[in-house]
Design a protein around this ligand. Structure first.
Ligand code: FPP
Length: 240
């Protein structure tokens, strides 16, 4: 997370930011193909952009951000591409890990990340443990994550405990996102308007924002425009 001052749009109200924002970082492959580059260069550029956007979210004072890094369905991609994605994840964790502790940022993972290569699992475990008491910001990385798997995992835990739950709030404790602030705002880049098995439980009342920009080109300036749009929404949560 390198600090680089970004001008704040005057229309953005810093007192009314979402508590928890999630981003589906789509369009890395198309970004690369457009430039005549291999798809994995798109993931590398996507990772560079993740650093910039995480820093900006942190600088704005938003408390929690979830990023969709690798889905349970992404295993269907060619091995070379999967290895490329894992390589950027590995570099990111190794290069930026210490910075998280310095910044008081906690790293957590949603998903069955233990199916990743052993060295990445080890690095994740090390960082999760090292940052567990950091309270300034939470970065939740969705890795080998699928919302249906997450819910099924929760249901199975409840069944194993022989319990019957009385409310949705009780079920939330069985999800990876347990303890995180409610998910206020979800952004998907690249023009696709679908949720692709992402945070299906958590986004029941989230505001959604779709942009045609490919993820590697999604700038802090555009993030601010998305947040301005969020601030114009009337959130009723089922009431009138
Ligand atoms: C979707 O674009 C992107 C992914 C499946 C991978 C996202 C991963 C990163 C940005 C790596 C950085 C993450 C960390 C934690 C270091 P796509 O490949 O589906 O693009 P396309 O739809 O244009 O083909």
């Amino acid at each position: 997370m390198e600090a680089k001052k970004v001008k704040i749009n005057k229309r953005l109200d810093l007192a009314r930011l979402p508590q928890h924002i999630a981003i589906i970082m789509d369009g890395n492959g198309r970004w690369a193909t457009r430039r005549g580059l291999p798809r994995n260069m798109g993931h590398k550029a996507g990772c560079e952009n993740l650093k910039v956007i995480v820093q900006h979210i942190y600088d704005l004072g938003i408390k929690c951000a979830t990023f969709f890094v690798f889905s349970t369905e992404n295993w269907r991609r060619p091995k070379e591409e999967i290895d490329g994605i894992f390589a950027v994840v590995r570099d990111y964790l190794n290069e930026d890990g210490d910075d998280f502790v310095k910044k008081g940022a906690r790293i957590i993972v949603s998903g069955d990340y233990k199916k990743l290569p052993a060295d990445i699992v080890e690095t994740f475990e090390h960082l999760i443990d090292k940052t567990k008491d950091c309270t300034k910001f939470t970065l939740n990385l969705a890795v080998n994550y699928g919302a249906r798997d997450e819910m099924l995992r929760g249901i199975n835990m409840v069944v194993r405990e022989g319990r019957e739950l009385a409310s949705p709030d009780e079920f939330e404790k069985y999800l990876y996102s347990s303890g995180l602030p409610p998910l206020d705002f979800v952004i998907r880049t690249s023009g696709e308007q679908r949720l692709s098995n992402f945070m299906l439980w958590q986004l029941a009342y989230s505001e959604l924002y779709f942009t045609r920009t490919y993820w590697p080109s999604f700038s802090p300036k555009e993030l601010q425009l998305a947040l301005i749009d969020f601030q114009k929404r009337k959130r009723r949560f089922g009431a009138v």
